[in-house]
Design a protein around this ligand. Structure first.
Ligand code: IPM
Ligand code: MN
Length: 335
């Protein structure tokens, strides 16, 4: 056995979650044999079914249990038409992101095969960057409220929270990644021309952190311009860092550039602590149970998890196998 045993909590979730996670688990079982790694998987039934049955979303003590007993979490997808409020998904997914303080949402945007991108005349090398999405604050903080609700004078406020520490640690993580992975440029996207306060904080912290990484080019773009340039000139990006909401939007665009949401992987990470790996796609209820869901997002998220757990060779083998399967046309029909 290479290295020590690692414990992984598996939360397959709703819709296509269980079927894509089944495929990911088959891959884990395979690399346990081929790479001699030692993973202990435990399934958790958190999701819509459980919520409808007993009203429990994220069970009491769940976060402590994950922190205490597990090295990583592999999650499928959450969302079910029988729960229109999506309460369980918010409690489970956003609950883990916030409650485990998983401040990095790492989302690679990598074209695995030139035929997959909807852009014309792009090669694999033209689309290869990573997004560091802030994952614990911003517009996802839940602050705000209604005044005079239901009247013609109704006022709804939706606040965005930016803390110095929160902004500093995600920008630092992006620069640190660039330094250790030999990436040359970090691009920060904000809307500081309009969002004077939060944007100003991001600008100041970005300049300060960048000054500690003189070998890395620090680049700034307004997020609307970045959305345009991601389509017109994706090759300019190496490492991108942005807040929670802009990062959410840019990474769906990025997923489209690499061939679709079915391929996109992500890690919700707090270095040194239990972290959650999940495909970017949702639960896609109309596709569930039809054997058409693309498991590649879940499989590449598994590879990210293995890399993060220290099994780099297994992770690289999985990525190579996915690339070969796509090159051989051994894929689901979305590709
Ligand atoms: C994502 C999703 C979530 C988000 C939703 C389901 C709350 O879109 O993981 O990108 O907005 O973060
Ligand atoms: Mn999203």
């Amino acid at each position: 056995m290479v290295g020590q045993k690692k414990r992984v909590a598996v939360i397959a979730g709703d819709g296509i979650g269980p079927e894509v996670i089944d495929e990911a688990v088959r891959i884990i079982e395979r690399v346990q044999q081929t790479h001699g790694i030692n993973l202990d998987l435990t399934n958790f039934d958190w999701g819509a079914e459980r919520y409808l049955r007993d009203g429990v979303t994220l069970p009491d003590g769940a976060l402590d249990l994950l922190r205490r007993e597990y090295d990583a979490v592999l999650a499928g997808a959450f969302g079910d038409p029988r729960v229109p409020s999506n309460k369980h998904a918010e409690d489970i997914l956003l609950g883990m992101r916030r409650g485990l303080d998983l401040y990095i949402n790492l989302r690679p945007i990598r074209l695995l095969n030139a035929r997959l991108t909807p852009l014309r005349n792009r090669e694999v090398k033209d689309i290869d960057f990573v997004v560091f999405r802030e994952n614990t604050e911003g517009a996802y903080c839940g602050a705000g409220g209604f005044l005079k609700k239901g009247t013609p004078d109704e006022i709804a406020t939706q606040e965005e929270l930016n803390t110095q520490g929160g902004v500093e640690r995600i920008i630092r993580a992006a620069f640190e990644y660039a330094r250790t992975r030999g990436r040359h440029r970090v691009t920060m996207a904000d809307k500081s021309n309009v969002q004077r306060f939060g944007g100003d904080l991001w600008q100041r912290v970005f300049r300060e952190v960048a000054s500690r990484y003189p070998e890395i080019e620090a680049n700034h773009q307004y997020v609307d311009a970045m959305a345009m340039f991601m389509v017109l000139d994706p090759g300019q990006y190496d490492v991108v860092v942005s807040n929670n909401l802009f990062g959410d939007i840019l990474t769906d665009l990025g997923a489209a550039l690499q061939g679709g949401l079915g391929l996109a992987a992500s890690g919700n990470i707090h270095p040194g602590q239990v972290s959650v790996f999940e495909p970017v796609h949702g639960s896609a209820p109309p596709l569930a149970g039809k054997s058409v869901a693309n498991p590649v997002g879940a499989i590449l998220s598994t590879a990210m998890m293995l890399e993060w757990l220290g099994f780099e060779l297994a992770a690289t083998s999985i990525e190579r196998a996915v690339k070969e399967a796509i090159a051989d046309d051994q894929t689901t029909r979305d590709l």
